[in-house]
Write a protein that binds this ligand. Sequence first.
Ligand SMILES: [Zn+2]
Length: 316
Amino acid sequence: MIDWWAIKAVMLGASVLLLAGCAPDVSAPESTHTELADMAWGDGTSSPPEALAFIREDVPAWLEPQAPFQIVDNLYYVGSKGLAVYLITGEYGHILIDGGLPETAPMVLGNITALGFQPSDVSLLLNTHAHADHAGGLAALKAATGAMLYASGGDRSALEGGFYLGSEDQTALRFPPVKVDEEIYDGTLIHRGDMFLVANMTPGHSRGCTSWTLNVSDGDKELDVLIFCSATVAANRLSGPPQYEGIVEDYRATFAKITQWRPDIFLANHPEFFGMAQKRAAQLAGDRAAFVDVEAFPSLSARLQSEFEAALEESE
Ligand SMILES: [Zn+2]
């Protein structure tokens, strides 16, 4: 049975609690990668039809084009209007963070080209988390670029199975499976020439939720950038049975970890989390530092933490 509440909550990344009666049945044991991969539909270029119908109706911006642009230095936005994909360019190959949806993969490739770069120079794909709206396009992007995919161990089974961990029976939450070439860990440093990226495990929203940090230069200033995974509860069950074992402890550890974070530039996989439209408008109006906003992340993380505690209380 399709759980529309779950789909909506996942798709919007919102802090929507599942009604107990709507919670998907997770009594079946977690299937193996192969079984689930065999169950996948299509050729990696499309979302499940029921998911696509929902997206067209409720979150059409996810499919709408967005003119690509330079955020700062070698960091670019190449996603759709409603789902972020980041390009980090370097002389030893470019990196893409997140894949958006399968349907927007051609748009992402077109955006890379429009900025003057070659999709075939993308050598590495990374992911914030293994949910359909950020991992759905990875298979198509991998096929088009020939890049490797590095991902966390916590999200590996979901990426390779194309499912939402703990809701494997929800066909509408599936996405084209994609092979992980190498596992990354908390503190893994990705180093390409003078480009450095660090993987920070921030589990909870997904078991392997990964937030990426990097340094960029703006003139003589060094700026630290955070591409945050998410810490919303969304469609996750916190109890009875939990979405995955240890999810509550994971959220708590993540909040304890991120509470001190004060990145100069805060970015996320959903553009509205960091006010992209307003910041881009300010940038277009001539504000070179439009994306520098030290207060943005602390205020979001405080809000997410109180939403999590409220959701936990309600679930108990
Ligand atoms: Zn998600």
